[in-house]
Design a protein around this ligand. Sequence first.
Ligand SMILES: Cc1ncc(COP(=O)(O)O)c(C=O)c1O
Length: 365
Amino acid sequence: VAPASPAVGSEVGALETPVAVIDLGVLERNIAELASYSKSHGIALTPHAKTHKSLAIASRQIAAGAAALTVAKPGEAEVFSALGVPILAHYPPVGAARAHRLAAVAARVPLTVALDSTAAADMLAAALGRAGGVAEVLVELDVGVNRTGVRSVDEAIVIAEHVDNCAHIELAGISCYPGHVEEGPHLSRELSAVNETLTECRSRFEAKGLRVARISGGSTPTALSAHETIMTEMRPGTYVFLDRAEVADDALDRCALRVLTTVVSRDGHQFVLDAGSKTLSDARARTRPGWGTILNAQTWEVAELHEEHAVCVAGDRGQAPQVGERLEVIPNHACTCVNLHDQLVGVRDGVVEEIFKVDARGCVR
Ligand SMILES: Cc1ncc(COP(=O)(O)O)c(C=O)c1O
């Protein structure tokens, strides 16, 4: 017998577990809050679609005012270009296949690519040349994550001048990902250091006649502080769902994504849920131990993760829940959790209202 598919109109209590559910009221609140913030500050919202990987959820962001969508790899760009909005591919377009696929996307929608080397600019320009297309380019600066992005404004200028001299690509400005800046007392100070780098880069570009029409940045922790910077557009992704890595325990009701699980075993104060690393993902929450938070029972710890089991401990060595009880877990990292699921089940008032396909699931190329 095939597993029962979640159906619109069914009660949440009837869903087979484990299942990723989206609280639609929370989702709508998260989307509306940032849309209204970006509108009131005149900062374009270009949400990163990697979090939900879903056309239906992206459409809701666009309906609320998102100007474009950000993606990482070409597979995501291909999926989301179906919506007809501009795409920002924020990943170095290195490799013939990657550049070629991006060039095909540029034939469908306005494309911007963030890159950090002259080699990447050449590969993109060559692919666009073959396809007869154009794209805008943002030069990526590393502002503290220590991942992609050039480490100095001098290097950014070298790349920008190179882009300026390439056919088929047009310099549009600069980009950064302030992923090292976390929620907390140091946020403003750290973001202000990022802003100093952006400001220096902008003035030195301008002094050389290099175009800075766009300054892209943004992450979920810094999203509501973007107005303290010179960013003209921001790319938060996780904000749409939020997760345990982003939200304090007393605000977990802001998390739209939950994994509904069932207690399958218990022994005294220990119990086991039917969701492991293949359901929740094994991402860590930077500052906190454990593999998720059990909603409404936060003293129960998700202590150990196996592929299909989460071994939990009832707080204060109290009684564990009964076998068969259903519990909602807020995963540590929404983006990696979602990528494990074909569908997300949208729920309101305990009833399934919409099923979201995870259209770009597994698009790692
Ligand atoms: C380049 C880039 N931009 C934006 C984001 C979105 O940040 P967040 O997950 O904090 O919403 C990410 C996340 O990894 C990213 O890599």
